[in-house]
Design a protein around this ligand. Sequence first.
Ligand SMILES: Cc1cc2nc3c(=O)[nH]c(=O)nc-3n(C[C@H](O)[C@H](O)[C@H](O)COP(=O)(O)OP(=O)(O)OC[C@H]3O[C@@H](n4cnc5c(N)ncnc54)[C@H](O)[C@@H]3O)c2cc1C
Length: 414
Amino acid sequence: MTTEIAIIGAGPYGLSLAATLRARGIEHRIFGTPMHTWRAHMPEGMKLKSEGFASSLYDGTGDLSLGAYCREQRLNYQDTGLPVTLDLFSTYGVAFQQRKVPHLEQTDAVQLDSTEGGFRIALANGLDCVARRVVIATGISHYEHLPECLAGLPPDLAGHASRTRDPRALAGKRVAVLGGGASAIDMAALLGDAGADTRLIVRGKRVVFLGPPATRPRSTLESLRAPQSGLGPGWKSRLCTDAPWLFRTLPEGFRHKVVRKHLGPSAGWWTRAPVENHVDVLLQTRIVGATPRGGAVELQLMQSDGTRRTEIVDRVIAATGYRPDLRRLPFLAKALRQEIAETAHIPHLSGAFETSVAGLYVTGLAAAYTFGPLLRFAYGADFTARTLGRHLAHKARRSVHAPGFRAEAAVEAA
Ligand SMILES: Cc1cc2nc3c(=O)[nH]c(=O)nc-3n(C[C@H](O)[C@H](O)[C@H](O)COP(=O)(O)OP(=O)(O)OC[C@H]3O[C@@H](n4cnc5c(N)ncnc54)[C@H](O)[C@@H]3O)c2cc1C
C-alpha cells in the first residue's frame, strides 16, 4: 500500500511535523527513535542554551508546549532565565511523542530510493514503505565533523563529542576537548566538574560566556536596542526568527556565510565557573597532529605565533560541530542523491522545503542554508511544521482524488 507522506527521523522537527499533520488529519507514517540525538548523543548533565519559551515541540495547538508540560508535571519552569536541563527536554520530547505522535514506528530507514510514483523506504525491521512524498528529518545526526588528523585514531582514544554521553566516566583521566563553541565549553565544564584533568583547545582569542539572567525586567530602551527572540536578544536574531522566508531570497553565498557565522561561539553562563576553576584553556591553539602512544595520544599543537607544543592525553573529544553533507546520509541511495540539486552537498530547497526531486523534502540543519540560523535550533520546528505541514496537507488533499490512492490509507493515522 502506498502511503501519502513518510517522515524519516523523530527528533524535534520530525515529531513536530507528524503532530501537525495528525492534528490536520493528514495520513502519514513516521520512522525513528524518539529524541534519539538528545537521549544518546549529548552529554548527561548538559543544559540547553535556548530559553524555556524557545524549547518546545509543536502541533499547531500549543497545548503541549514545554511550559504546559512543566506546569502539568509540577516541574520548575520559566520562559526565560531558568536553564532547561537536557534530561527535562528529552523526557518532555518523549512525552510529546507518546501523546501527539503515538503512531511513530520505532525503526530506522536503511535505504531511501525512488520508485514509480514516489519513493521506497527499506526499514531496519525488514519491512518496506512506499510513499508519494518523503521528508528527511534526520537533523544533525550523520553530520558530525571530526578533524582529519583524528580520523585514523581508535574510538577509545579520540572521537566526536556526540560519542561521549557520560563525562563522569572520564573522571581522573587526561582529556583534551577541541573547539570553542557552546558544545565544547559545555563538555569541558562537565568533564572539569566530574574530576577529569581537562584542557580545552580553542583556535580563537577567547571563550565567550553569555551573561547571567538579568535580575530586573528589561527596560523599553534595552528591548528596543536588542529585542528578545527565540535565538537570544538582538535585531539580527529577531529577523531570523520572524522572517525565515526572507532569508531564502538572499544570495546563496551570503546565506551560507550567515549560517556559519551568526550566533558564533558562546556558552551558557553556568559553564563559566567550572571552566574557570577546573579547565586549562589553551587559546589561539590548533591541533596539527595526533599520534597514539601506548594507551594514550600525543597531540601536536601549534599556537598562533608558530610555537609548537605537545600534550599527552588519555582521550581527545572533538566538539567541532556538524556539517551537513548529503553524501553522509547512509540511507540515501546514490542515484537519488545525484538527482538532488545542491551546493557543496547541501540541498537547494523551495519555499516549502522541497528539493529539486519532486516530493522529497529536507528539514533541520541542512535547511538552515535556505531559511537561516533559526533552523539550527528546536525553535525552528514551529516554522517548519507550519510551512511544510500546510504544503503537505494541500498536496495530500489533491492526491486523494488521484488515481491509485487508497482511501483507507487516508484515515489510518488520523
Ligand atoms: C551539544 C548540543 C547542544 C545543543 N543545544 C541546543 C539548544 O540548547 N537548543 C536548541 O534549540 N538546539 C540545540 N542544539 C541543536 C539541536 O540538536 C537541534 O536544534 C535539534 O536537534 C534539531 O532537531 P531535528 O529534529 O532536526 O534533529 P535531531 O534532533 O538530530 O533528530 C533527528 C532524528 O533523526 C533520527 N534518524 C537519523 N537517521 C535516521 C534513519 N535512517 N531512520 C530514522 N531516524 C533517523 C535520529 O536518530 C534523530 O533522532 C544542540 C546541539 C548539540 C549538539
